[in-house]
Design a protein around this ligand. Structure first.
Ligand code: DC
Length: 660
């Protein structure tokens, strides 16, 4: 590979992040779901599954064991079903996949008869199997080892699981315990599993137990080291099972809005995630580094202020995600201290020192200790003319973490970092750089967003908040009608004088001033201040003027020109709020959001603002007029804001915008 090919240049975002990320499925969940689908019988389609060497190996093993296992990589599904044929003999290759090595041997142990040859990569031959194979032997299976005792390759002659009390040593791998738990319900007499020591990585055992319940396998956890009463229960999974995205991979897109600004919708993440690393999102939210809203279809992560005070975090339980936070720490306002990471010095590389080395190369001050790292703010990060070379040491997590930092907004688009050996990401996320590119591309798309609804449904506050987060121009069209109403009334034109209105409009000159990210209409060269356009008098006549053809045509031309205005001012998009934006002004808007709320809620909101407003009368006039009445567009997303907080509505609206 040439020098050029062996580096990945990372282009900074030229616009704030506004995109959807679809990280790959979790490997642990995919492989458990495959085994549990096979065990429960019937047909299961796993959606959002990971396609990687380890999951392909699991799929091949299932096929060798008499199951249908069909992959559709475009749809990201595996279909698992019984084939009707139970093999008497098979050769199984488990590669270096710990889950396959352990789960497939336990699955074979449930067979009554036959001979199965297992083989593996050399690396797997030295990984722990003894505790599991001893237990399966005790339960009735016979083994013949071809090289070393209790390791691959071997021949297994299963005789089913006899049940009774089983002493299990899962002290070196929680997968040994997970394997036994998954097949426990198939024992011929009730099984009682007693651990002879503690097991490591308890979160993975919890993942197994929760997934077993979904697939219809129950058990009682008598204590941390004793499991019994294995039984079949009503499964909650039907024909389909949605594999969660990999939470660690998802974390890179959680960190992205912190450096690039904006918001990223991470599809498929679940509130009650099975994966321990999903706690990274709670950390982002609780520390104030980002805002995380957990919606039904995924999480929307949006930028908050980077100006946070110094913070300390213990990453012991989510150590795979520490490089993600450490790499973005230079853009934050306070020192970030991370402890509980000493053991990561012995992972794919010495992660603590490699993260520190890369941060220093970027001119960032770092304090490194055996078990911790403190990263200081680096206000000069935007000035790096780079590209600085990021050392990955064949570690996928170094590559992905620093690629996120490389996205730090830079309006010159010059790469600040180049990632060494970018192919190392294939270990868990082969398409990472492609996915990052499509998130960048989607963020650069200029979107027109229509937000419609009646009075006091929350249009303004939601539109302003979304505009601020995404760097879009906000336009309140209600203020346009109010400004014109003020101008007309000031000149003595009454709402009853339609001819006078059109004559006078012809003498008005409109312009635009931008204040805090919002466009304000200027009338004859000046912005009419809020206190003059939000009066009782204006409230009671604005809807009458707004219903006139002459007023609407006059305003429409001005409003449609706002898209070009927003582009020319460098905004990433346009959010226009009103009554007829989705139907009349921008019928081809990229997203249409229609807000509504019950009467009592709206009245209470106005009262809180101290505004006397005839909401229902105005709504009646606005929705019954002949021209451009207030109406939910057919293709709009309707959100009832009555029982939602402002932040909840903003989160939903942001998700709809970035999805478009
Ligand atoms: O959003 P608002 O309450 O400030 O709007 C004031 C009035 O302006 C509203 O009662 C009807 C009119 N309007 C309209 O007819 N079409 C729009 N797109 C926005 C407002």
């Amino acid at each position: 590979m040439s020098e050029a090919e062996n580096f990945q240049l990372v282009r900074p975002f030229s616009k704030k992040c506004a995109a959807v990320a679809v990280p790959p499925g979790s490997k642990s969940v995919t492989n458990r779901a495959m085994v549990l689908s096979a065990l429960r019988g019937g047909e299961t389609v796993l959606r959002g599954a990971l396609f990687s060497r380890d999951t392909e190996i699991m799929s091949d093993c299932l096929r060798s064991l008499g199951f249908v296992s069909e992959r559709d990589s475009a749809a990201r599904t595996f279909r698992i079903a019984p084939s009707g044929k139970k093999p008497e003999a098979a050769k199984l290759f488990v590669g270096n996949a710990g889950t396959v090595a352990r789960f497939a041997s336990a699955l074979v142990a449930t067979f009554d008869g036959g001979e199965f040859i297992f083989d593996s990569d050399d690396e797997m031959k030295v990984r722990p199997m003894k505790g599991l194979l001893e237990a399966l032997k005790e339960q009735g299976s016979e083994f013949e080892f071809f090289e070393r005792e209790w390791s691959f390759p071997f021949k297994m002659s299963p005789r089913g699981l006899k049940g009774g009390t089983l002493a299990l040593d899962a002290s070196v791998s929680s997968q040994i315990l997970s394997a036994i738990l998954m097949v426990g319900a198939f024992a011929k007499s009730p099984l009682d599993v007693v651990l002879s020591g503690e097991t490591v990585s308890r979160p993975f055992v919890d993942m197994t137990i929760k997934m077993m319940e979904s697939f219809g396998f129950g058990l009682d956890e008598i204590s941390k080291s004793r499991f019994s009463n294995f039984r079949r229960i009503e499964p909650s999974v039907g024909e389909f099972y949605d594999v969660e995205p990999d939470a660690t991979a998802a974390g890179y897109f959680g960190a992205l809005p912190v450096v690039a600004g904006g918001a990223c919708f991470i599809a498929g993440l679940k509130k009650d995630s099975l994966q321990g690393d999903s706690a990274f999102f709670d950390l982002l939210q609780e520390s104030g580094i980002a805002r995380v809203d957990k919606l039904d279809e995924g999480f929307i992560v949006s930028s908050e202020t980077r100006d946070i005070s110094p913070r300390e975090f213990d990453f012991k339980d989510i150590s795979d995600t520490f490089p993600t936070l450490a790499a973005i720490a230079p853009v934050l306002g306070g020192k970030i201290s991370i402890c509980g990471i000493g053991h990561t010095r012995r992972q794919e590389c010495d992660r603590v020192s490699t993260v520190a080395e890369n941060l220093r190369a970027l001119g960032t001050k770092v304090d490194e200790k055996e078990d911790s790292l403190s990263v200081y703010p680096n206000p000069d990060i935007a000035k790096i003319s780079g590209p600085v070379e990021i050392k990955t040491r064949f570690d996928h997590r170094m590559a992905m973490s620093f690629a996120v930092l490389g996205c730090f907004e830079g309006f010159d688009s010059k790469p600040r970092v180049k990632i060494e050996d970018p192919k190392c990401v294939s270990k868990t996320y082969p398409n990472f750089f492609d996915d990052l590119d499509s998130v960048r591309e989607s963020s650069e798309k200029f979107r027109i967003v229509a937000v419609d609804g009646g009075a006091a449904v929350g249009k303004s506050s939601v539109s302003k908040a979304c505009s601020k987060t995404l760097g879009y121009l906000h336009v309140d069209t209600g203020a346009h009608y109010r400004t014109l109403t003020y101008g007309l009334l000031e000149e003595g034109i009454l709402p009853s004088d339609e001819n006078g209105v059109s004559e006078r409009l012809a003498s008005f000159t409109l312009g635009t001033a931008v204040e805090n990210g919002s466009a304000r209409m200027t009338l004859n060269g000046r912005v009419v201040p809020d206190e003059l356009i939000r009066t009782k008098t204006i409230n009671s006549s604005v809807s009458i003027f707004a219903a006139m053809q002459s007023v609407r045509s006059f305003v429409k031309k001005y409003q449609t020109s706002m898209a070009d205005f927003a582009k020319s001012e460098g905004f990433g998009g346009l959010i226009m709020e009103g009554r007829d934006i989705g139907n009349a002004i921008f019928p081809n808007a990229d997203v249409k959001i229609f807000l509504c709320a019950d009467e009592a809620t709206r009245a209470a909101r106005r009262a809180k603002e101290g505004i006397s407003d005839s909401i229902s009368e105005r709504d009646k006039l606005d929705s019954t007029r002949k021209i451009s009445p207030l109406k939910c567009a057919e293709d709009a997303v309707k959100i009832d804001t009555s029982k939602l907080s402002k932040d909840e509505v903003v989160a939903r609206a942001l998700a709809e915008i970035v999805k478009s």
